[in-house]
Every structure is written in C-alpha cells, then in structure tokens.
Design a protein around this ligand. Sequence first.
Ligand SMILES: Cc1cc2nc3c(=O)[nH]c(=O)nc-3n(C[C@H](O)[C@H](O)[C@H](O)COP(=O)(O)OP(=O)(O)OC[C@H]3O[C@@H](n4cnc5c(N)ncnc54)[C@H](O)[C@@H]3O)c2cc1C
Ligand SMILES: *[C@@H]1O[C@H](CO)[C@@H](O)[C@H](O)[C@H]1NC(C)=O
Ligand SMILES: *[C@@H]1O[C@H](CO)[C@@H](O)[C@H](O)[C@H]1NC(C)=O
Ligand SMILES: *[C@@H]1O[C@H](CO)[C@@H](O)[C@H](O)[C@H]1NC(C)=O
Ligand SMILES: *[C@@H]1O[C@H](CO)[C@@H](O)[C@H](O)[C@H]1NC(C)=O
Ligand SMILES: *[C@@H]1O[C@H](CO)[C@@H](O)[C@H](O)[C@H]1NC(C)=O
Ligand SMILES: *[C@@H]1O[C@H](CO)[C@@H](O)[C@H](O)[C@H]1NC(C)=O
Length: 505
Amino acid sequence: MSVSVTTMYRLLRSVLVLAASAAALRLPSHAQTRHNPNTCELLNTNMPGRVIFPTDPAYSAAQSSYYAGQARNMHPGCIFMPRNTEDVSQFIKTVRVRTGWDAKFAVRGGGHTLWRGAANIDDGITVDMRLINGTTLNADKSIASLGAGGRFGAVYHALKPHNLTVLGGRVPSIGVGGFLTSGGMTFLSRKEGFACDHVISYEIVLASGDVVNVTKTSHPDLWLALKGGIGNYGIVTRFDVATHPDPGMWYDLVQYNHTDAVLEAQARAFSSFMTPGNNFDPDAMMGIFYDYAGGQFFVRDALWHTGAVANPPVYNNFTSIPNMGSNGQVLPVADVVDQFGANIPPSTPRAFQLDWSFINPPAEIYMEIFQLFKNGVPALADVPGFFVEFLTQPQSVIQPGTESLFGLENNRTDYAMMLMTAAYANPADDQRVRDGITEIVRSMRGLLRRNRYLIDFVYANYADQTQGVYQSWGADNRAKLQAASIKYDPDRIFQTRASGGLKVF
Ligand SMILES: Cc1cc2nc3c(=O)[nH]c(=O)nc-3n(C[C@H](O)[C@H](O)[C@H](O)COP(=O)(O)OP(=O)(O)OC[C@H]3O[C@@H](n4cnc5c(N)ncnc54)[C@H](O)[C@@H]3O)c2cc1C
Ligand SMILES: *[C@@H]1O[C@H](CO)[C@@H](O)[C@H](O)[C@H]1NC(C)=O
Ligand SMILES: *[C@@H]1O[C@H](CO)[C@@H](O)[C@H](O)[C@H]1NC(C)=O
Ligand SMILES: *[C@@H]1O[C@H](CO)[C@@H](O)[C@H](O)[C@H]1NC(C)=O
Ligand SMILES: *[C@@H]1O[C@H](CO)[C@@H](O)[C@H](O)[C@H]1NC(C)=O
Ligand SMILES: *[C@@H]1O[C@H](CO)[C@@H](O)[C@H](O)[C@H]1NC(C)=O
Ligand SMILES: *[C@@H]1O[C@H](CO)[C@@H](O)[C@H](O)[C@H]1NC(C)=O
C-alpha cells in the first residue's frame, strides 16, 4: 500500500516537474517577450554580458560548481553574474519592481550550503557573486578587503607573500560571502572568536538598491545583525576584515585504529583539553573526525597550531594514544588549507548535516556519544554511497567586549560543538538518511540535555534549515535581527523575493 502511494506520488511529481519545465520553456519565448521582456532579458539588455541563460555552456558550469547535489539540481531561469557593486545595485533596482516568474532570486557565494535553495533557485534568478573576488590590503596591511564572491583558498594565497592571514574557511573552496555572513570557525577561533567578529566594514547593496558601507559606528544595528544575518539584509559585495600575522601553522592529521580503547582515550583527551585552566593554548584548534565509510569506522584527529609550534605539548594526550604515525609540518596557512582540503571530498551527490553546541562534559559523556554513533550509524550502511563525517571540535572563544547576537557568553573556553554530515548517492534516500541521522543526533542531544550540558545556540554555518538557527539565539536577539530587517528592508524584499536561505522571520 505505502509502496504504491509512494510510486504514485513520484509519478505525479514527475508529471508536475515536466509541466513546470514546459511552462518555463514557453515563458521566455521571443514572440511574447518582444513587448513584455522577462526580468532575465531586461537585465541582459541593460547590462550585456552579465546574464547566463540555460542554453549557455556557462550555465551548466555554474550549476555543477555547487558543493552538494541538492543545490546543483535546481534550475534557475537565468544566472546573473555581476562584475562590480554597481551591477548588483542595478540588479536590485530592476528586480524589486518586477512581478514575473523570475522576480525571485537567490544569492550564491562559494555554493557550499548543503541544503536545497539556500544559494540557488528554481525558475527565478541566481545572483552568482564569483566574479567579485578580489583580495587587497590597505596601506599598513592591517585590513584586507575581500570581494564577497571570493573563495578562501585564493584569499590565503593572496595574503601569503605578506605573511598575513584572515579568519576564514579551512577548505580552499569555501566562499567568503556565506562564511563571513554566517559566523566562521577557523584556525584562529580559540584566540580570536568567530570570523564575523573581525569584519570592520561591510559594503552592502540594500533592498532599495542603495550601496552603503556598514561599520560599528555608521549603522550599529545593521553591523551587529550582519554577524550571522546571512542574506536577510541585502547582498554584501565587500568585507573589510582585520588581518592577522601568519608565522606559519603546524598541522597534523593523526589516524588511530578504531577500538573502544582509542575512543575512550579520545574522550578523556578532549574533555581534558576543553577543561578551563587546563593548559589552555589560544593557538590550538583541533577536531576529532569519527567517520564511517564503506561499512568501516575511522578515527582521526586534525591538529592545528597557529603559533608555528611543531608538536605542541597541548596535544600530548591525543598524540600519546597509539596511532599510525604522523607527519606534521609548519607551513603557511594557504598551504595547510590546500592540504586539509585534499582530505575532504570536493563535492557530494547528496548531503545532510546537523550541528549542535554544548558545554564540555566529562569523558564518560563523550564516550556515550561515540557509542551512540557506533551503534546507530550501521543501520544506514546499505544506503548507496553512504559516508558520514562526525566531527567534535572546540567552539570559537569569543573575545571579551565582543558584541554578538549569538546568545553565547564571551571569553568561555569550554563551549564545544559537534556536527554530523552524511553524504550518499541518490535523492531516493533523502528521507531515510534525514530520519536516520536525525534520530542518532536526537539521542546525543538528549543525553547532553539530560545532563545539562546542551546549550540552545545552533551555529548557522553547519546547520540544516530545520534547526531553528535564529530562534536558538534567544528571543531578544531574534527581535534585534527582525528589527534590523524591518528598518533596512521595509518592503521585505529579502524575506519574500530571496526567500531561500535562513530567514530571521
Ligand atoms: C567542505 C566544507 C568545509 C567547511 N568548513 C568550514 C569551516 O572550517 N568553518 C566553518 O565555520 N564553516 C565551514 N563550512 C560551512 C561553510 O562556512 C558554510 O557552508 C558557508 O555558508 C559557505 O559559504 P559559501 O559562500 O561557500 O556558500 P553559499 O551556499 O554560496 O552561501 C551561503 C549562504 O550565504 C548567502 N550569501 C552568500 N554570499 C552572500 C553575499 N555576498 N551577501 C549575502 N548573502 C550571501 C547565500 O545566499 C546562502 O544563503 C564548511 C562547509 C563545507 C561544505
Ligand atoms: C575572479 O574574478 C575575475 C574577474 O573579476 C575573473 O576573471 C575570475 O575568473 C574570477 N575567479 C574565479 C575563481 O571565479
Ligand atoms: C615572511 O616570512 C619569511 C620567513 O620568516 C621571511 O623570510 C619573509 O621575509 C617574510 N616576508 C615578509 C613580507 O615579511
Ligand atoms: C565605501 O568605502 C569605500 C572604501 O573606503 C569607498 O571607496 C566607497 O566610496 C564607499 N562607498 C560608499 C557608498 O560610501
Ligand atoms: C592530559 O590529561 C590529564 C588528565 O586527564 C590532565 O591533567 C593534563 O593536564 C592533560 N595534559 C595536557 C597537556 O593537556
Ligand atoms: C592497528 O591495528 C592493526 C591490525 O589489527 C595492527 O596491526 C596495528 O598494530 C594497530 N596499530 C596501532 C597503532 O594500534
Ligand atoms: C578571560 O578568561 C581568562 C582565562 O580564564 C581570564 O584570565 C581573563 O581575566 C578573562 N577576561 C575577562 C575580561 O573576563
């Protein structure tokens, strides 16, 4: 019974999809558009060379460059590629007064959000920011201006000759736009907090089409809301961020056998590492990767030290666990990111991810969580292409005096975060993987909650859209996010026309 209902649903859905694409094909037809051009055509007339239509080879190239299949499989009516801030402003001024099928839009940076519709759209227009990608330094090199469509691999390489770095992604392909508007956990985050706390100025195109430079003093409410506010307030075209010295970063990836003894030792080492006062080293950022692939488990620690210290003693409790050896090196950040990135799949056919944050519990609780993973995840082993990355990492330490809407305490060193990412081959398994992973995570969160370690905060960058990110920051903070939306986007353009990402309402 349920099988035939599912089959009927699928049939019905494909009929609807066919009907929808037939409609989409009819709409832009030349005869109709001569006197009533659609928005894509209007943009193409006013700004020649910026609009990519589905028949252009550049369209499929842009589509295939998203990280996850959920984003790749969407079909915008056209892609708008601005070359500068003025193009973005003209785009907004054009689209905001339109009403047709393509008056909705999505904004795309590096294209790394895993869920459908965050940075791409069906019908509508995808604003692909990737041509706005420069990295420039001011005269005294204290500030780097980053084009919002850049990727951190290129940013780090541009700063490498100056022995400088910025707080950015740990994989080369991460986009500047999404990372910096969502938060940003990085190598320097135990010392400096979230990357968004280092943005000095945002150049943004508001819903009116006006371009403004947003600083803490010029627009305090918008400046604060942009720390995590993603696409709710406009399209950011440039970020001016603080630079930091890069004396070289030590990086090691240490692999262990998957045994209970190893898991217990990892649990003890991590709980101890996260205990306030216990050898806290602000240059030390790390993560335990407990992965499952091809029916097998893998335990690896990624260890970083931004102070150019090789084999820093702060990691002794990890590296003294029997392991397969290590080959840590001190390299410029740009090169570490290239190396680390080479260990992460360059894209995924389908993906589902959840994250959650908590206060460091005792080792026994970490061990129980590891057991929940070990016992839970094999139930999904027969899902084609199934792979899970389960990452336990310290959360950013927010510097004293920092203003933020995350609802976290500043200067706390004992916030930790977990994220579980499943990748798999086929859309047919979307629901099964979502349900299976959600159930495992529910039991882990329940354990942390019962023992009073779970916190409300959900970190935006790794969250699924169903996790209630903005609700999790607390009612007062969400009210501030909403007030900034009402003030700077009174016509609700970014709530209703660009409705795909996380929304503050
Ligand atoms: C392999 C991998 C590694 C990762 N590593 C890290 C990590 O080390 N630390 C960490 O914190 N996170 C990490 N992430 C998460 C990552 O930070 C988020 O996915 C982030 O949103 C990616 O930004 P993007 O520009 O690539 O993505 P996109 O999907 O293009 O954009 C993300 C969101 O931001 C919006 N947006 C993009 N540009 C703009 C703009 N200019 N103006 C307004 N809105 C905009 C989009 O509309 C979208 O809703 C990782 C993700 C992956 C897949
Ligand atoms: C960066 O932008 C320039 C033009 O501004 C473009 O030629 C180049 O291809 C872009 N780089 C990427 C990686 O998209
Ligand atoms: C960067 O550091 C290296 C190694 O310490 C040094 O040789 C080089 O001169 C530095 N470059 C700059 C621009 O400071
Ligand atoms: C924003 O700041 C930049 C760099 O200082 C400047 O060139 C630009 O004119 C400013 N834009 C506006 C709208 O003030
Ligand atoms: C290692 O763990 C022990 C006990 O768990 C702790 O006392 C010690 O400080 C830790 N060492 C380091 C370098 O963190
Ligand atoms: C890992 O397991 C293999 C196979 O059992 C064993 O030969 C090897 O010595 C173990 N390595 C470590 C570091 O425990
Ligand atoms: C921040 O925490 C550190 C370490 O616990 C402490 O020494 C320092 O005084 C704290 N700073 C503030 C401003 O609370």
